[in-house]
Design a protein around this ligand. Sequence first.
Ligand code: FE2
Ligand code: FE2
Length: 281
Amino acid sequence: MLSTREIKERIKAIPPLSESVRSAMDLLNGKEEEINFMALTQVLSTNPALMSKILAIANSPFYGMSGQINTLAQANIVLGIRSLRSIVTAAGLINQLPPKKNDLMDIQAEWAHGLGTAIAAAAIAELKGLDRELCFTAGLLHDLGIFILVIYFTEEYRLVIDQMQSQSVTLEQAEQKVLNTDHCEVGSIVAKHWRLPKAIRFCIAKHHKPDDIPSYDLNDVVHIGNILSRGLQLGGSGNIPVSTINPMSLKKLKLTVDDMAGLFGDIEKNFQASLSLVSNC
Ligand SMILES: [Fe+2]
Ligand SMILES: [Fe+2]
């Protein structure tokens, strides 16, 4: 078994965010009126793959601007800096992780699960008057730790999957047993290493344990979005069991089972319409 130190050492060796993603995120981090849009355009023009992913997200059904945004300047004028910030974070992370299909887990299907979570979380946020965009990005990236473990700890993670299936335990329980950590902790270490926004880091760390940060509604939304995405089978590799929604999260958000059922149709429709966003992962 790997020691916690070995795991942390290996995580430290994971490449940093690419220069263009890092610079773009830094440029977008300042006050809206002080953002140097020319410098942002310059940085992004050095990375065509990132730019095309940004435009794909800007034109996705989530923003309701299908096919109308062809340049970064249009995205800025039509959607605004706040949206651009979310889009660059989502696009940067999707492009950052090396695509890898293996017999252990279908990475593309797991990105689709992230997309399903993003869409479900955004639907709940909209219903409850919360930050829809932040919920979308946090939902998309909530299982960052699974990608890291599958890609960079493949052989150890094979034991985790075996353990989960043979012992009928949750993924997090199997991870704790085999690795003495879980995808939430690993994801949050990497998120810190990559300097992702705090709000997203919290959801990566706590989406299975909403009780740990009871005052943080965004995490409850992502927690529920994650389970809806698994339950509605929106992507996912198929070998991860569906867990149950924490009743405290429902209570805090004043969200009923009927409220959620009322969202299923739109969630499924938007998911199918957005799948191309993760088709090259
Ligand atoms: Fe998870
Ligand atoms: Fe998940």
